[in-house]
Design a protein around this ligand. Structure first.
Ligand SMILES: [Mg+2]
Length: 404
């Protein structure tokens, strides 16, 4: 029954930890935590560590007392990306259409796939990459994702018959559905909708009124009608962002302007990589006391020029940051992207030719000698950061958890 419209989801089990275990076998069976770039927060943990109460995002000084024998490792996205691509290649042998949803999650067309075939896929991934994954097969993407998460770790869950699906939805809080944030869950609670089962039983029009079309799509998906297609090609970027945790939170104006320069240089790399210019630059700051601030400004021309972006970034910092306030996160976001080949550039608004020449020299030297070898002098207050080589790599496209 329904063999022709099955959709699968695979999700690596504690992916970053599993990747580290592939190359460091001695980590198997140990409590392992993978740390953020600046080494302050646990961004992934093994099940052994989870059992001790360590949560994702917890600072290392809180995690250590809970789990003193733990082994902590700095993250290495380049390695995780290698294994991620291998997993995708294996999935593509089993399925005519694979959607690369995030570095450790993929949806796939599972038509004709039964339990034995799904197990076989899972086993091949383990044998060939060393990474354990959980697999779910159901009638829609959202159901498949619920199925895979219900069987973690190393589960293989088929939820293709009405009884299986009922079981999957029963007692599962609506917040477990991707796309239903806390605010939406609160709205639903006002109508007595707490579980996925109550969600599909609710009137579809009510869901649409409360959560717009996106909510209605989820209603169809959970009811077993696939409305979200498997996307094998990635949509063009709406925006590109660079930044993140500052590691050591700071209110030092020199360090903050250093971060603006660093993030602007990384943003230029990303814009060059995608061959786009940006028309609007935005900045988002998070403060240590829990507050946040963001601002955006239109650029005089669509550009990927460092000097223009850097200058705009400094103005945004002045608007976003009340002096003295301690900043813990900074993002620079390029918006209103335009493909370079189609850009119409006026004769007089091209960037200063000297700046363009500097940018070109910088790009060539860094390409040959190494990333950030030649960089803006405005990054000098962050010399410690550039001396730490674990800060020098960058996955090409992580935005939230979605990449590539
Ligand atoms: Mg995962």
């Amino acid at each position: 029954m329904y063999m022709n419209r099955r959709i699968g989801h695979l999700d690596a089990d504690c992916f970053y930890v599993s990747c580290e275990r592939v190359r460091h076998g001695c980590l198997r069976g140990q409590a392992v935590g993978v740390l953020s770039n600046q080494g302050a927060c646990v961004i992934a943990k093994s099940y052994e560590m989870k059992a001790r109460g360590v949560t994702t995002g917890m600072p290392i000084w809180e995690a250590l007392p809970l789990c003193p024998e733990a082994i902590f490792i700095k993250r290495d996205f380049e390695w995780y990306e290698v294994l991620s691509r291998r997993i995708r290649e294996i999935a593509e042998r089993f399925s005519p259409a694979v959607e690369y949803y995030s570095i450790d999650e993929m949806f796939f067309d599972a038509r004709g796939m039964d339990f034995a075939a799904a197990r076989n896929l899972q086993q091949c991934i383990l044998d060939e990459t060393g990474v354990p994954v959980s697999v779910g097969v159901s009638l829609s993407k959202i159901l498949a994702k619920l199925a895979s998460s219900s069987g973690k770790p190393f589960g293989c869950t088929m939820a293709t018959e009405p009884e299986d699906i009922k079981k999957l939805l029963r007692d599962r809080p609506v917040e477990k559905i991707t796309g239903i944030a806390r605010r939406s869950a609160k709205k639903l609670l006002g109508y007595g909708i707490r579980t996925c089962e109550e969600f599909v039983r609710a009137d579809r029009r009510l869901i649409r009124r409360l959560l717009t079309k996106r909510g209605e799509d989820l209603w169809w998906e959970l009811s077993g009608t696939a409305v979200l297609p498997i996307q094998t090609t990635r949509a063009a970027h709406k925006n590109l962002s660079r930044g993140g945790s500052l590691g050591i939170a700071t209110s030092d104006p020199d360090r903050l302007t250093g971060w603006v320069a660093r993030n602007a240089e990384r943003l230029v790399e990303a814009l060059d990589h995608h061959q786009v210019d940006c028309g609007v630059l935005a900045m988002a700051l998070q403060f240590k006391d829990g507050g946040a601030s963001s601002w955006r400004s239109s650029l005089p021309i669509a550009t990927a020029d460092f000097s223009l972006l850097h200058e705009a970034g400094l103005k945004l910092l002045a608007q976003c940051w009340p002096p003295g306030i301690v900043v813990s996160y900074m993002h620079l976001i390029a918006e209103e992207l335009s493909v370079r080949a189609f850009a119409q550039r006026g004769l007089f608004d091209a960037p200063d030719p000297r700046q363009r020449a500097i940018a070109e020299v910088k790009r060539r030297i860094n390409e040959r000698v190494g990333r950030f070898t030649l960089r803006s002098g405005a990054t000098l207050p962050l010399a410690d950061l550039y001396a730490d080589e674990t800060c020098s790599y960058d996955i090409c496209d992580i935005y939230g958890k979605t990449c590539f």
